[in-house]
Ligand binder design. Structure first.
Ligand code: ATR
Length: 281
């Protein structure tokens, strides 16, 4: 048997920046837990270089990739065959290299929905949901959110036209509308999801104080060592739960792992390990 045959299956995450990525750690924990022989690394790719880097990785025997900012649209173009949810999202975060071609999928939405509905036992059916932001992150989670049949889903964005455009693109999947932040006055929601990048500057979109309903929940797709600006906003505005995106991060990784390996890892112990080092309670 040659040395290459003995090498564990190779996976990686590509992004820019990538040094902060928790994905290698998460997948190493999944592999140990499920006794799968694989290696997973983080690869920094220069903007414009995604397809070439993915090609090189595949040619060297790579079995699959995770794709993060800013390459999710490049990966969507690169894939030969898209899952329905990736097709709709216009973004791919998981590539599966098969002999017949390259499959593209998007596990972000299912990751968010599983964290809310399974880990936190918060069903989304009949809820009034406010989604903040109309960029790639918002688009990625929209198909899965609408599949849960919320009573309504309102997309609010700083640039209102982008929210309106996104609502139009998805309105065959459920009750979805778009607006600017100013139009949220007098409205109330059971769940507010932050999919803007405002938190990178420790900011929160301008929201009316009464926009969160009594017993409402907040969820930030971002996470960090300290509570994010939006998690703090939720706590200050009486949210029953104000969650960051660590659970979603692990759940989307678990779905990628399942697509690659055909095995579903346990996510709870991995979320617990990440929380120890990631977020100050
Ligand atoms: P991502 O892939 O993370 O979604 P993106 O596609 O650049 O990144 O989208 C960023 C989102 O955050 C957009 O909805 C953006 O609003 P605009 O469409 O008006 O640009 C939103 N955003 C960024 N900074 C913001 C801020 N300080 N306040 C409110 N929204 C902000």
């Amino acid at each position: 048997m040659s040395l290459t045959e003995l090498k564990p299956d190779q996976y990686a995450v590509m992004g820019h920046p990538i040094a902060h990525s928790q994905s290698p750690r998460i997948h190493a924990l999944f592999a140990a837990q499920t006794h799968q022989s694989l290696e997973y690394q983080a690869i920094l790719v220069e903007p414009g270089g995604f397809a070439a880097a993915a090609q090189t990785f595949r040619a060297s025997g790579g079995k699959g990739l995770n794709v993060t900012i800013p390459f999710k649209q490049d990966a969507w173009v690169y894939a030969d065959l898209l899952s329905a949810r990736a097709e709709r999202a216009g973004a791919v975060n998981t590539l599966i290299f098969e002999t017949g071609g390259i499959r593209g999928d998007n596990t972000d939405g299912v990751g968010l929905v599983r964290d809310l509905t399974v880990n936190h036992r918060y069903p989304l059916a009949e809820k009034r949901i406010l989604l903040l932001g109309a960029g790639g992150a918002a688009r990625g989670v929209l198909p899965s959110l609408l599949a849960e049949r919320p009573a309504q889903l309102v997309i609010a964005n700083r640039t209102a036209e982008k929210a309106l455009g996104l609502a139009l693109r998805f309105n065959d999947l459920g009750r979805v509308s778009g607006c600017g932040f100013a139009e949220l006055a007098e409205r109330q929601f059971d769940l507010i999801i932050n999919a803007t990048s405002a938190g990178l500057g420790d900011a929160v979109p301008p929201l009316p104080d009464a926009v969160l309903a009594v017993e409402g929940w907040c969820y930030d797709l971002m996470y960090g060592r300290e509570p994010t600006a939006f998690v703090r906003w939720g706590r200050e505005h009486g949210a029953v739960q104000s969650l960051d995106g660590v659970g979603m991060l692990v759940e989307q990784a678990a779905e990628s792992f399942r697509l690659w390996r055909g095995v579903s890892p346990e996510t709870k112990p991995v979320i617990a390990v990440l929380r120890e080092g990631c977020v100050t309670p």
